[in-house]
Write a protein that binds this ligand. Structure first.
Ligand code: AR6
Length: 235
């Protein structure tokens, strides 16, 4: 059962001891070779719809539109929209709109779980995860950004800063994860793609003040940049 699976996986995922690191190094960074064999999969959160206060109906239309545009171009790779709770409004909106559009449900689906523990706690293998970043590409700030930087460890911040100092709205930045990162070792995540979405929150920088004409353009661009970034990893 899923709950048994969770119980089986829990000790391995929480075991961040030196012993495990040693084993990993002996075996070329991975203790679980199954992680390497899996179908390429991008797990992504709904960009801009929590802290950045973007309208959920509009965001769900854009997610489904962009998934439909990219999913077949990505070959056998999968796209997975992730959120933390079963009651997630964005997941249910996207699920019903994707079904209406007859999007292939083996290549695109939604998943409830923490994006930093998809393999260890959800048995879902995702070699790439997306982050709803801030323009400074800094850890913290809450939401999925804080969770990913925390789970990846300091190497993610270093690897990110080697590639860019900041990010413009609508853009994405692909960052290969160092093999020493816990996200790499325990979860099989080889890349993080930072994405900056449009911001409708007056308390955050670059607020669009409810300008959804511009906001929808920027959110479409954000998903295009994300899926192009994922495609570049597959090539
Ligand atoms: N796993 C999966 N989904 C998550 C997780 C998680 N651990 N945490 C949050 N979500 P948000 P934004 C979902 O607010 O609206 C940050 O402070 C969440 O339920 O993280 O783009 C950054 O530094 C929602 O569906 O991103 C930026 O300043 C989605 O992830 C700002 O927030 C995005 O929520 C970005 O705001």
């Amino acid at each position: 059962t899923p709950s048994n699976k969770l119980a089986e996986q829990a000790p391995a995922s929480s075991n961040n001891t030196g012993k495990e690191v040693e084993d990993d190094q002996e075996m070329g960074s991975f203790c679980d070779t199954n992680l390497l064999d899996s179908v390429p999969t991008l797990a992504f959160p709904s960009i801009s719809t929590a802290d950045f206060l973007f309208n959920l109906e509009k965001a769900s239309d854009i997610i489904v539109e962009k998934v439909a545009e990219y999913v077949e171009k990505l070959g056998n790779a999968r796209l997975v929209l992730v959120d933390l709770s079963n009651g997630s409004k964005i997941l249910s909106l996207v699920r019903s709109k994707a079904a209406q559009k007859n999007i292939n449900s083996s290549k695109f689906f939604t998943f409830v779980g923490d994006i930093t523990c998809l393999y260890s706690q959800g048995d879902l293998r995702c070699n790439v995860i997306a982050n709803a970043a801030n323009w400074r590409l800094k850890p913290g700030g809450g939401g999925v950004n804080a969770a990913i930087f925390r789970a990846a460890g300091p190497t993610l911040e270093i690897a990110t800063k080697e590639r860019a100092e900041s990010l413009a709205p609508g853009k994405a930045l692909v960052v290969p994860l160092p093999s020493s990162s816990r996200l790499f070792r325990s979860e099989g995540v080889t890349h993080v793609i930072h994405v900056l979405g449009p911001n409708m929150n007056p308390q955050r920088p670059n607020c669009l003040n409810k300008d959804y004409t511009n906001g929808c353009i920027v959110l479409r661009e954000a998903y295009s940049s994300l899926f192009e970034g994922f495609a570049s990893i597959l090539r």
